[in-house]
Design a protein around this ligand. Structure first.
Ligand code: PGA
Length: 236
């Protein structure tokens, strides 16, 4: 299966940086990966992508189907910019108060509107039990058709932006646990990504884990390092 590499620019970047990233990504010939770029909403229009292996994503979506919603972004607005993927339930949004119920509503909004949610889950502390991860998955997928293929990004909160990484064997253990849990819930397939402190220096170790791709934060802003990771995965 083609590996999925997701760039989460978070609340970073500006027109100049994104124009440069788009110019460079449009020149890169993707071989065997799928790339998803997730800029802040206000920059979506800067992303005129010319490759059919590079897709546009965003970092959030509304949970309500009502135009009287100041500040919210609807699926139709995202379709106007050809957005295909939506990061849902990132720990940085959970820490702003998003709970499992709200995340489940957002997953429904995505799926009902032909957008693919990338559902982020992860334990807060390294010493935390992993049951919390399964609870997050179960809540996020409540009421979602079994024919759907969930995309789950395993992102231990303690590894995000800290330079601390789980071992490959821990990633394998959690990825296997996630897959078998999703299968027990009745889904035939799933896509499991890893995210948290992946860099050009450590990705080659991480990508040997039993995962279907990566969710990259900080390193996405440094195009040379980002493309080094993409190339390393793309050309194997
Ligand atoms: P990081 O962020 O790669 O900067 O640790 C990952 C994420 O938050 O998705």
């Amino acid at each position: 299966m083609r590996k999925l590499i997701v760039a989460n620019y978070k609340m970073n970047g500006n027109k100049k940086l994104f124009a440069d990233i788009v110019k460079k990504i449009n020149k890169y010939k993707v071989k065997d990966t799928k790339i998803v770029l997730c800029p802040p909403f206000v920059y979506l229009d800067e992303f005129k992508i010319k490759s059919n292996s590079v897709f546009l994503g965003c970092q959030d979506i509304t949970n309500i189907d009502n135009s009287k919603s100041t500040g919210q972004i609807s699926p139709n607005m995202l379709h106007e910019f050809s957005v295909k993927y939506v990061i849902v339930g990132h720990s940085e949004r959970r820490s702003l108060g998003e709970n499992d119920e709200l995340i489940n509503e957002k997953v429904h909004v995505c799926i009902n509107n032909d957008l693919m949610p990338i559902i982020c889950v992860g334990e807060k502390k390294k010493s935390d039990k992993l049951d919390a991860v399964l609870t997050q998955i179960q809540s996020a997928l409540k009421g979602i058709e079994k024919s759907y293929v969930p995309i789950i990004a395993y992102e231990p909160v303690w590894a995000i932006g800290t330079g601390k990484l789980p071992t490959v064997s821990r990633i394998n253990k959690v990825a296997d646990m996630i897959r078998s849990y999703i299968s027990d819930l009745g889904y035939k397939n799933s896509v499991v990504l890893y995210g948290g402190s992946v860099s050009a220096q450590n990705y080659d170790e991480i990508i040997n884990a039993n995962i279907d791709g990566l969710l990259l934060g900080g390193v996405s802003l440094k195009f040379d390092e980002f493309i080094e990771i993409v190339k390393g995965i793309d050309h194997v």
